[in-house]
Design a protein around this ligand. Structure first.
Ligand code: FES
Ligand code: FES
Length: 153
């Protein structure tokens, strides 16, 4: 069954099992490997992408559910929020190994879009499902605060 959707601003159609995880389609069918596999069961956040502007776990989002939707991956997210986050990430040297970071940025961009001046509690609540094996949590939190400052300037 062909499923039609928008991927990073371009119309796409994929003839696939509607129960194929979006993560598989992104990585294997569209070679968008910036989105990572971590757990496969919506527990780590490594696979986070935006569907219609909202952060979702692509390992547990099925192709059949995105008919007509707009999917954005880390390769194409160019909102003011993610630009500020990238600047902050570089300034504060946030990543360690980097594996979790595309998911962290996608989740943080969603947070800043809805909460431009988040508190520590807001950040902890929003980022709770994004695991970092390198434990870069303090730098991620500082990076989100710095990005909020950049957006406000
Ligand atoms: S791979 Fe999707 S949440 Fe872990
Ligand atoms: S930076 Fe290594 S897993 Fe997060």
């Amino acid at each position: 069954m062909a499923i039609s959707f928008t991927l990073n601003g371009e119309a796409k159609s994929l003839d696939a099992d509607p129960e194929m995880p979006l993560l598989w389609a992104l990585r294997d069918e569209f070679q968008l490997t910036g989105t990572k596999f971590g757990c496969g069961v919506a527990l780590c956040g490594a696979c986070t992408v935006h569907v219609d502007g909202v952060a979702v776990r692509s390992c547990q989002t099925f192709i059949g559910d995105i008919e007509g939707a707009s999917v954005t991956t880390i390769e194409a997210l160019e909102t003011d929020e993610v630009k500020a986050l990238r600047q902050a990430w570089v300034e504060l040297d946030v990543p360690q190994c980097g594996y979790c970071q595309s998911g962290q940025l996608m989740q943080a961009a969603d947070l800043l879009a809805t909460s431009p001046k988040p508190t520590d509690d807001d950040i902890d609540a929003a980022m709770d499902g994004n695991v970092c094996r390198c434990a870069s949590y303090q730098r991620i939190r500082a990076g989100i605060h710095r990005a909020a400052e950049i957006l406000e300037a």
